[in-house]
Ligand binder design. Sequence first.
Ligand code: ATP
Length: 316
Amino acid sequence: MSADWFDQMPKTHRWLVGVSGGADSMALLNLLVDQGFRELVVCHLNHRLRGAAADDDADFVANAADRLGLSVEMGTADVPSLMQKSGISLETAAREARQDFFANCASRWQCPRVILAHHAEDQAETVLWNLLRGSHGCRGMQRERTMGDLTYFRPLLGVRRAELRDYLRSKGLPWREDASNAEPIAVRNRLRNEAMPLLAEISGRDLVQALGSAAESDAGLREIAAFALHQAEVRDPQGRLHLPKMRTLPVALQKAALVAFLADAGVGDISRRTISCCIELLSPEGPTAVDLANGKRLRRRAGRLLVESQHGQELD
Ligand SMILES: Nc1ncnc2c1ncn2[C@@H]1O[C@H](COP(=O)(O)OP(=O)(O)OP(=O)(O)O)[C@@H](O)[C@H]1O
């Protein structure tokens, strides 16, 4: 199971592990211990979403860490009021609360590395959801992703959910079942419980494998594009996009350059539509600016493309 990752990573370094108490993260935790990772900090956030069951999850995780002789970080977040305050979905609020929690754990433990238990089914659902939302490409989660000062690792992206459960059963290890996973409340749950089984039935294909391969191909294309763009020196020393050089590139590479540039500038949700609008900035006769998410704008100025804040200041 992902033996390459477990072999390559330094086992004596400290690592934070995100553990909800569910089967996936319990399997991850025990696999890491089996593989000889010694300096693990088990991090659990109580989202305060499921009353007493959430408190039981927290106790369960704390006890499991204790039995394994590992350090623990327990946090709480008020996800319902976060949703209300910012008008965001439950999933987004929970994810943002977890990111803040991991960032705090990282600074307390002086450890900028977090391991998460996303697996092959999670990857397939992510690709499908991104496709449905109109994202650029068949984008999945990355095995390694740096956000700010923190790097997230997902060594189980190629491992099936059933394999993780089999592993836990074979070792007689318990886990907590999250009742909300079976409820059709969140989009992800509907994709998992309704759309994916239906699509698999209709196509007669292993959908998880097919979507996982699509994500891998997409990641490969992004790597090739990054290499070609580096060779073409499309970024100036300030990191802006150099328009005369951009204009010499095939359209697919122009789009790849825009996607990478916007991602680096922290523009989330880069849709196919956004990229089609931005590509028009390459033409001297086209518009001079395109509105992006969060009040940001992409602007053409003096032969370069740059990202501005809503106050017209250039962003680094
Ligand atoms: N409450 C939490 N505290 C700490 N880490 C979490 C928590 N919830 C999720 N994670 C981490 O983020 C990963 C992805 O979250 P997701 O909600 O998709 O998983 P999950 O359905 O809770 O899975 P699991 O079976 O691992 O509990 C988890 O596998 C785990 O590593």
